[in-house]
Design a protein around this ligand. Structure first.
Ligand code: MLT
Ligand code: MN
Length: 310
């Protein structure tokens, strides 16, 4: 199985279009040690021929152009694409808007939880994905689902599971108190398994906490690609970017006693890679003390074009 990071940044990307904060300004200037990153998505293939997108970011057009594996096969039909399926982990803008780029009558399968599929179904703009060509398949939680695209088995299964998180920002219901109306299925993690060699990895780009159930699920994993939104919970407040903490946005931070680094410390996970990294996160700077701390704790910081073979 080959996994490629299409975009390692969180919503907004790195730099973010309207951000003149310290990190975005430095990457825009081309400072050494800072690499631009597009918004959150991976692509995976078992056979190198059929590819699955895990989330469809607003930068998908650029990501496809930067990734030859996702180009039409040169000696194939006039219209063709190796993208057979798209799996969504939540309804956030940075994970669903790229679906619009996949219009043009190309057949593929779209997988999401019942909650996220209801959001897609309720937004009629997504009907640009011709319902006769693009099948919408609701994922059963905790069930390995063989992915198919345009009718063909592509040698990968996904198992979806609920993780602590928050409903998409544009669906928040302030009348529901601290949960903002979040329900099961609003934020899921995926276990992706290659049926050819039995290898699997976990993809969890949004997660509010590593609870006991999640820790138990991840213990012993070969690879976890995990929510790296913030380094410290209040970094966006401290940098003057906006008044929200990570906790308010439904994201665990890397550092701190409640952070992901501490939570994974006692787990046996062979390879740990942060993805969905916000433009405020100092670990994006290759030369920062925060990057050093992340790497010393055995984590890698994802980047666009990063490849992992399992
Ligand atoms: C998130 O990850 O919290 C969201 O993508 C935020 C947003 O919608 O901008
Ligand atoms: Mn996001």
């Amino acid at each position: 199985m080959l996994i490629k990071v299409l975009g390692a940044a969180a919503g907004g990307g790195f730099p973010q279009w309207n951000c003149n904060g310290r990190m975005s300004a430095r990457v825009r200037k081309g400072e050494p040690g800072l690499k631009p990153r597009t918004q959150s998505s991976l692509t995976v293939s078992s056979n190198g021929r059929d590819w699955v997108l895990l989330n469809a970011s607003p930068d998908l057009r650029q990501q496809i152009n930067d990734t030859p594996e996702l180009w039409p096969v040169a000696d194939g039909p006039l219209r063709n694409s190796p993208i057979r399926a798209v799996v969504l982990t939540n309804g956030d803008v940075d994970h669903i808007i790229g679906l619009i780029n996949l219009r043009e009558g190309q057949p593929f399968s779209l997988y999401a939880s019942d909650r996220v599929m209801a959001t897609v179904n309720a937004n009629t703009v997504f009907n640009v994905l011709n319902p006769e060509k693009v099948s919408r398949i609701t994922l059963e939680m905790e069930q390995p689902t063989p992915l198919s695209g345009a009718g063909a088995d592509i040698g990968l299964t996904v198992e979806a599971f609920d993780v602590p998180g928050k409903v998409a920002l544009y669906l928040e219901d302030a009348s529901k108190g601290q949960s903002f109306g979040t329900e099961k299925g609003d934020t899921i993690g995926l276990k992706v398994t290659d049926t050819a060699n039995g290898k699997s990895f976990f993809y969890i780009p949004g997660c509010a906490a590593v609870d006991a159930a999640l820790a138990e699920r991840l213990d012993g994993a070969d690879l976890v690609m995990f929510d790296g939104t913030l380094y410290t919970d209040d970094e966006m407040v401290v940098q003057g970017l906006m008044p929200k903490t990570g906790a308010r946005m439904g994201h665990i931070s890397m550092s701190g006693t409640d952070g992901s680094i501490a939570a994974f410390d006692s787990l046996d996970v062979a390879r740990k890679i942060f993805v969905h990294i916000n433009n405020s996160n100092p670990a994006l700077d290759d030369n920062s003390p925060e990057r050093k701390a992340v790497e010393e704790a055995g984590w890698e910081v994802g980047y666009d074009g990063m490849e992992v073979r399992l």
